[in-house]
Design a protein around this ligand. Sequence first.
Ligand SMILES: [Zn+2]
Length: 238
Amino acid sequence: MAIHVDYGEIALRNQKKHLPDSNAISNRKLKDFVDSCFAEALVQHSLAPCWVCVNCMSDGTPTFGWGRGPGKCLTCSERSVYQVATFNAWAPVVGAAFSAAAYHLLRSIYRIPMHETPGHTTTHDFEVTGLVALEAKGSPSTIKNPDGSNYQLKRPGLQRTDTEKKAFANAKTFRQRNPDAYFGVITNAMPARLLNYRDATVSGIFNLTRHEEIEVFVRDLGQTLDLEALRKQEFGSK
Ligand SMILES: [Zn+2]
């Protein structure tokens, strides 16, 4: 049976836990919120990193463990040790967890009237009217193993080159069809050289674990559309 994971429910619960007061936001709380969404989604999918020795397995007594495998099998000393759950397995899960986290965070805390992109558009995840497109690219830096140890990932979010290339390729495709619209990329981690990055294709790149970067995005929105009128329409007056 397929595992059903409600990413929106995970995001909502963790938002109440880590960000109960929209007037008391800190970068620490934003990061805890996003990281908790990643962690819960992975646990619900049983996607803990682990390894197995295939040589021992073919003898009927597999040697295995959590996290990153040893260079040589601890039992048979062969190098036939392979990772089981890898980036390819958890990428769609953490991607969906981040999108849901971004959606709830930006809508309820920052009152951004965004919506999931309708139809089969693959260049971006969210829209604020037809004038603003948002592509979400997030993944964790650490995965907690069931034995309590940590599995470190060297390149979370846009720090992974493939992920950065994908975001820029999506921006380019979007730009060809929408020369005047705003295209923003949201992430939870990015290389320093992308801080405040803007070009003719990418309108802005924002780390959602940094309150000051989200504020810049909100300012950009205000310059692109009538944010207050849209907020009133979407959330009522407040
Ligand atoms: Zn072995």
